[in-house]
Design a protein around this ligand. Structure first.
Ligand code: EPU
Length: 417
């Protein structure tokens, strides 16, 4: 298992290129199951989660070629409609193959994802929606076993706006008979990216990015060439790295259009966001002001940025309050940050952060993807050396993080733990 060693208190400068979005790439790759033709995807980041999706699609029978950031997928013959536990347990987003498999083959067997470090994360809303589209579903030995004669369009209301649930149902509905209307749909930009790709394949999807999405089923989808959007969470993470080190950096390939809530809080904290054009931004700052943050569904402040912003707020001049409303257990970074001299008290879903003058290097443990990123950010500003163990979590979702930070002037290296 690898670890990072970071010598802190170094200023950052220069430019960094933001990669393709992990959370857009995963559903978009899964959508290749809906056609027998070639799906050519550009701007796919080189990440562990992407490799897991590639392995899952290969296991199902798809042929895949990967050259740099271009992944070509052909699912003309699917030999097994089964997503095994070994793959699903390493990546919950594997559930995204359920809708496409059912739509294409009328049957699927996908391991039920378990809980994870950030919460219970059930998939009941995905399953309820598929049932209302005329699938029969049972749970057998830890597997979701689903069958349908053919998906039928349906009116679906999500109790909670679920991101992968909305994506799964959109994909399923593209080949259903008749019209599907999803109400209280999630509005994340990654869903819009998926819908744009599917529409390019011949799907009839309207309203993505709003809370009501309508999908008119079609008989078949064609192959496509599509460039995936850039990663707004990676961009937000580099913004935090700049502000906590009192630095200014330039981010290129930034999905500026999808970052209003992140930019807004960042500016309230004293950060500077200077948008040069639709994808290049100068970000950073010299002082950190305390702020209150409440995570919520898009266009609200993303839960995937909560941990990184908390790291920056540990050095704010005053008290900040951060409320997590999406996941019930997403404060595992707090105990580790407190080991680095932060002063954070968590009660229920709320963290009270009392700003301190200085963070101090320590040995800390990464617990999930975004928690790990928050520890890297804290380490960049801490006095002395920080060792971050279990960075395989980071490799799931940040492309070449240490190379990118090193090129900005950080002192970070990877070693075998
Ligand atoms: N929920 C249910 N039942 C369901 C589905 C969701 O109760 O059937 C609950 C969840 O437990 C949670 C809330 O609804 O409390 C929202 O969960 P959602 O389904 O939207 O999350 P997700 O689709 O599993 C995606 C991202 C996450 C991101 C969340 C929230 C992907 C692959 N994952 O997860 O990304 O945190 O949306 O924005 O898109 C990450 O990248 O680090 C990450 C965890």
């Amino acid at each position: 298992m690898d670890k990072f060693i970071i010598e802190g208190s170094k200023k950052l400068s220069g430019a960094v290129k933001i990669s393709g979005s992990k959370n857009a790439s995963l559903p978009i790759m899964s959508a290749a199951l809906l056609t027998k033709e070639d799906v050519i995807l550009k701007n796919i980041p080189d990440l562990k989660d992407i490799n897991t999706m590639i392995n899952l699609l290969k296991h199902l029978g798809c042929k895949i070629k990967k050259e740099n950031d271009v992944v070509t997928i052909n699912c003309s013959s699917i030999n097994s409609p089964e997503a095994p536990y070994e793959l699903v347990k390493t990546m919950r987003a594997s559930i995204l193959v359920l809708g496409p498999l059912l739509a294409r083959l009328n049957s699927a067997k996908v391991s039920m994802p378990g809980g994870c470090a950030i919460g219970v994360r059930p998939v009941n809303l995905h399953l309820k929606a598929f049932e209302s589209m005329d699938a029969s579903i049972s749970i057998d030995e830890g597997y979701i076993v689903a069958k349908t004669n053919k998906f039928k369009g349906s009116d679906i209301y999500f109790d909670i706006p679920t991101v992968t649930g909305t994506e799964n149902v959109i994909m399923a509905a593209t080949l259903a008979s008749g019209k599907t209307v999803i109400k209280n749909a999630a509005k994340e930009p990654e869903i819009v990216d998926l819908a744009n790709m599917l529409n390019k394949m011949g799907a009839k999807i309207e309203g993505s990015g709003t809370s009501t999405i309508t999908v008119e089923g079609v008989d078949r989808l064609s192959g496509v060439e599509y460039t995936v959007m850039n990663d707004r969470i990676e961009a937000g993470t580099f913004m935090c790295a700049a502000l906590i080190t009192s630095s200014f950096i330039k981010m290129v390939n930034t999905p500026v259009y999808a970052m209003d809530a992140i930019f807004d809080k960042f500016k309230e904290m004293g950060g500077v966001v200077d948008v040069e054009d639709d994808s290049a931004v100068i970000v950073g700052g010299e002082t950190i002001k305390p702020v209150n943050i409440k995570t919520s569904v898009y266009p609200g402040f993303p839960t995937d940025m909560q941990a990184q912003f908390i790291s920056v707020l540990t050095l704010a001049d005053g008290v900040s309050i951060v409320k997590e409303t999406i996941f019930e257990n997403r404060f595992q970074h707090v105990a580790e940050l407190n080991r680095m001299n932060a002063d954070i008290v968590v009660s229920n879903n709320q963290a009270v952060i009392n700003g301190v003058k200085q963070l101090k290097g320590a040995r800390v443990m990464a617990t999930d993807l975004r928690a790990s990123a928050s520890l890297v950010i804290a380490a960049l500003a801490a006095a002395g050396s920080t060792e971050i163990l279990r960075i395989y979590h980071l490799d799931r979702g940040y492309e070449k993080l240490e190379q990118k930070l090193s090129s900005l002037g950080a002192n970070i290296r990877r070693e075998k733990a």
